[in-house]
Write a protein that binds this ligand. Structure first.
Ligand SMILES: [Zn+2]
Length: 235
């Protein structure tokens, strides 16, 4: 056996016993995150995830966008860790299921879509992966292409409320899944970060035009404060 082959064998043998590193701090981790980051992540969870769920915009959010949750989302989206969608989507699903008054059956889950150019760059739609994990735990059916993003919109966070509205104009359309067949039940939208609400609002409008009603939205994180709600009021 040549040396290279032998080294390869030894390496793969040891890899069986090596734990991977935490994607957030590079410490050894048995699970998706190290124990330290898992604990820090739990601290980002909102005490009242249903605080944005009202008659205006029915949104259920797992955590506050900051600290470890913000880093976990960045690691998922930008550092090539799509596998993190599974535990993060799981957290969202667990919280959702703990509110039986909201978590009704007969919903079809639809992720907020990415434009195909962005999808090609990133290789995946994080909202879709979160939705996949969410559906695994909740048992709700997933329609990956209920919606489609036909306009490659720029990031909305730096724009004013008026500019956001203009940017999202005609950005979404009905996706191939729903063009083929309308869902029997109401739709539950899934997104990673809920900020101004303008994307969700556009999604609701597009679906409504085709006679599809939206029950609400679940999102992993929001930078909004539920008590003062300055951003929600401006849209
Ligand atoms: Zn860590």
């Amino acid at each position: 056996m040549n040396k290279l082959k032998w080294t390869g064998l030894v390496k793969s043998f040891f890899n069986l016993f090596l734990k991977s590193n935490c994607p957030l701090c590079q410490r050894p981790a048995a699970g998706d995150f190290c124990p330290y980051c898992s604990k820090q992540l739990q601290r980002c969870q909102l005490a009242d995830p249903g605080r944005f769920w009202d008659s205006q915009q029915r949104v259920f959010v797992w955590g506050e966008y900051g600290g470890t949750l913000k880093r976990a989302i960045a690691a998922l989206k930008y550092d090539g860790n799509p596998q993190l969608a599974k535990p993060l989507g799981g957290l969202l699903a667990e919280a959702w299921l703990s509110f039986p008054e909201l978590a009704i059956d007969n919903l079809t889950v639809v992720p907020i879509p990415l434009h195909k150019e962005k999808l090609e760059d990133r290789g995946f739609n994080q909202a879709e992966l979160l939705a996949e994990s969410f559906c695994e735990l909740t048992g709700l059916p997933l329609q990956r292409h209920g919606l489609e993003r036909v306009k490659n919109t720029q990031a909305l966070f730096s724009l004013t409320a008026k500019e956001r509205q203009a940017e999202m104009e005609n950005a979404l359309s009905l996706g191939k899944d729903f063009r083929r067949r309308r869902p029997r039940d109401r739709v539950l939208l899934v997104d990673d970060i809920y900020t101004s609400g303008i994307t969700v609002k556009s999604a609701i409008q597009i679906l409504k035009q085709s006679g599809i009603s939206v029950y609400g939205t679940v999102a992993l994180a929001t930078p909004n404060k539920g008590d003062r709600r300055p951003i929600l009021r401006s849209v």
